[in-house]
Write a protein that binds this ligand. Sequence first.
Ligand SMILES: [Zn+2]
Ligand SMILES: [Zn+2]
Length: 501
Amino acid sequence: MKTFRARLLRFLVFAGTASLTLHSQSNESKPDLTLHGTVTRADFMHYRELPFTVPAGVTRLSAELSYTDKDKRTSIDLGLLDNERFRGWSGGNKSFFTLSDTDATPSYLPGSIRPGTWKILLGIPSIRPGITSHYEVKIWFGHATDATAVSTFSREPLRAGPAWYRGDLHMHDAHSDGSCTSQSGKKIPCPLYRTVEAAAARGLDFIAITDHNTTAHFDDLRELQPAFDQLLLIPGREITTFLGHANVFGTTAPIDFRLTDTVPNFNALLDQVQQLHGLLSINHPAQPSGESCMGCGWTAPNTDWSRIRVLEAVNGGITSGPLAGIPFWQTKLNAGFRIVGIAGSDNHNSSASPEHATSIGYPTTVVYAENLSERAILDGIRAGHVFIDIQGTKRRGMEWSATADVEHVATAAQMGDLLGATTGHQVRFTLKLHHVKGASPVILCDGKAVDWLPTKPAEDEEDERGGTWQSDGEPHWVRVDVRGPDGSLWLMGNPIYFNPR
Ligand SMILES: [Zn+2]
Ligand SMILES: [Zn+2]
């Protein structure tokens, strides 16, 4: 058992570190340009411009200033001029800034990064006679097609270490149709900070705010992330078309959503998302589409399901019921597509008052990730290391794993993974349940309940059970639902897949 655990852990850690290419915004990466120089007492109470060339195609510019002799009271202020206008001044209050079309570090203005000569602006409010201080400005040029950064809004993971992280991947605020109440009780477009506060109050680890077809909310998120250092803010938007809705996570670049007009078909939209390293999830696909909500259901013709990695199987806000997407999802699994089932509250109300309670975190998507960073959470989702806590509790959990001897080596898989098991091979399953006392697991193979594991109710807060299955060598998907004593769905697991098609 110990060996299996060690192997599983190694496997999980490996799975979580799959993509390590660094984005130029990250302080881990080599700068594209470094400007050096010195200042002396002759520069006292003067400004200095450091010109540099911004090449074409840059969509994000980041810079960091460092200098010597702070202990001898040298101080150097920082600002920026682009090739047309003043772009910001952070004085001595920030040594790093980043800016793009959509968002900028507070003190700086978001907007186009036009190629040409830009200038770092230094100010010298303090330097003593006889001191020569050295400064260095590192500059990074980012491109929309760069690999995903550790996080768009934070330079470092918010929390280290592999764990199950809880979040909500679908919600709206004033940048689309999210509302809440004003001081006098009027219904108003809800400022984004209230949504973030509501998510933090729910104790979530991450959220994606997914306003409809806009990137306007990213500047607010950039400002809020440092204050919410326990709640990862992932860039998201809801691509909202007449033929279906889909969330895109992990890119701030514009995406043309005008399906039926400028974007010829859904595959062309997928091409855009792929180029930007975004992760696309098809939303509430089983919702009816019609006059009251054109495009709420999924009707895009010729959708190439082999290119769809993620689907919102559970949506807290739809009229057809939160679980209506599960049969739709399982039909795709039965057709042989490996698609990760996730959830979103689709919250449109961030009122703080108990009588208008927000739905943020109901349901919760729980992701096994290498750490609490955008890249790790999105990698965990891509890998399918995901279960859904339907009722959005803070503690309920499940771990579903399998081992099989593949060419005399015990190979482990968890939710989302593919395991080879030829005919006659014995597969060993382990199910661990956390804080679901009284609830019972249902094991589903290709959508049908099977008795490969005991299904009696969990008698304790921590429950572990095992079972075996003799493989028939065919492709299958096997996943676990956990149902409460009244039969209601508490947890919905993603499948382990057997044998490639
Ligand atoms: Zn929608
Ligand atoms: Zn929505």
